[in-house]
Design a protein around this ligand. Structure first.
Ligand code: AMP
Ligand code: MG
Length: 338
């Protein structure tokens, strides 16, 4: 057990300086980005990085994303940049996208889990950027949750998972996008999306033409190119069933389960929520962006003891809906289709 220092950036002028001092000293500190909260450590320090794996209980074969403040710092971590990679970096940084590029070995071995490539990103969040600038070193930062749980979108989520296990937590309020960065492999001629996320395929294609999605993401028998995508993630405390069907069909399932004494929770768009009756209903929002932003908080809201089963609506797999559905499929234990 360590004492976890918590700063509120609104009220504490020393927050960034003190957090940077801990990070430079090899400690782990959680901080907000525009996607989700990250758990940072000095990416050039193997011992510091191992602190991240330990606090999260993260499998060691799952590489971490190196976060930097500037394109120049990004360039310092890679051995080459293809013209396509440069185009994407120019168009979308800072932003919710991670570029997988050939590593030049500057970061510690455990950041890349021994791969020859490295995932690098420049977040678009004032607190993350000030902190990264103050540190002046690359910061390895996966999502600041216990492995397997939904990623944290508020400082309270981080606190619930990691208080006593990390040196610090910078509270910068709720994050914006709500799902993690899009991971895109730029080491091939045609870029490959390894994990759908905050930046959509459509946005990427507008800049570089064809972009493909790792076929393993749709086909469970293939091995995903991003090691982390093979793990079950985002699991709520109680089972979640995805239901692809009308509100009437959803209500039928809810009624059947309640008749068998299950307390049923619902996650659905605001309009579908208004048509349903259940023991607890969390409306996720009116559009896909809002649904992405509230998704992880909703997953954490259903507690074992209050609710026995979550019934969740499915959403169109377009734009950020691609990331939402990717996370929901991983969070669910059943997918009921007509
Ligand atoms: P997290 O930081 O927890 O959101 O997870 C980072 C994701 O990026 C995981 O799915 C990793 O497997 C993936 N990733 C990070 N670095 C690489 C890399 N060099 N090659 C492929 N995937 C990567
Ligand atoms: Mg994660």
């Amino acid at each position: 057990m360590v004492q976890t220092k918590r700063w509120n950036v609104q009220t504490n002028k020393m927050a960034i300086k003190e957090a940077a001092t801990l990070l430079k000293g090899g400690k782990t500190v959680a901080f907000p980005t525009e996607t989700v909260y990250g758990l940072g450590a000095d990416a050039t320090n193997e011992t510091a990085v191992s602190g991240i794996f330990k606090a999260k209980g993260r499998p060691e074969d799952n590489p971490l994303i190196a976060h930097v403040a500037t394109k120049q710092q990004l360039g310092n971590l890679v051995s080459s940049l293809s013209p396509t990679a440069e185009k994407l970096i120019d168009a979308f940084t800072p932003g919710p996208v991670t570029f997988v590029l050939p590593s030049n070995g500057t970061c510690a071995f455990n950041v890349t889990a021994g791969l020859s490539t490295i995932g690098v990103r420049i977040p678009d969040h004032p607190v993350a950027n000030k902190l990264l600038k103050e540190c002046g070193i690359p910061i390895a930062a996966p999502s600041a949750n216990v492995s397997g749980k939904p990623s944290p979108t508020t400082a309270d989520h981080v606190w619930a998972d990691l208080n006593g296990k990390i040196a610090g937590l910078v509270d910068g309020g709720p994050t914006g996008v709500g799902v993690e960065s899009t991971v895109i492999d730029c080491t091939q001629e045609i870029p490959i999306i390894l994990r759908p996320g905050g930046l959509t395929k459509e946005q990427l294609e507008r800049v570089v033409g064809k972009v493909i999605i790792d076929p393993a993401l749709a086909n469970t028998s293939e091995k995903p190119k991003a090691p982390g995508m093979k793990y079950r993630h985002y699991a709520p405390e109680v089972p979640l069933w995805l239901v692809d069907g009308s509100p009437e069909k959803m209500q039928e399932i809810i009624n059947d389960e309640r008749a068998q004494h299950s307390r049923v929770g619902v996650m659905a768009s605001t309009s579908t929520s208004q048509k349903l009756t259940a023991d607890r209903i969390i409306p996720l929002g009116v559009d896909l962006e809002e649904i992405a932003a509230t998704l992880y908080d909703a997953l954490r809201e259903f507690k074992d003891g209050d609710i026995d089963l979550i019934i969740c609506e499915t959403f169109p797999e377009t734009s950020i809906g691609e990331a939402v559905m990717n996370r929901l499929k991983k969070a669910s234990s059943a997918y009921l289709k007509d």
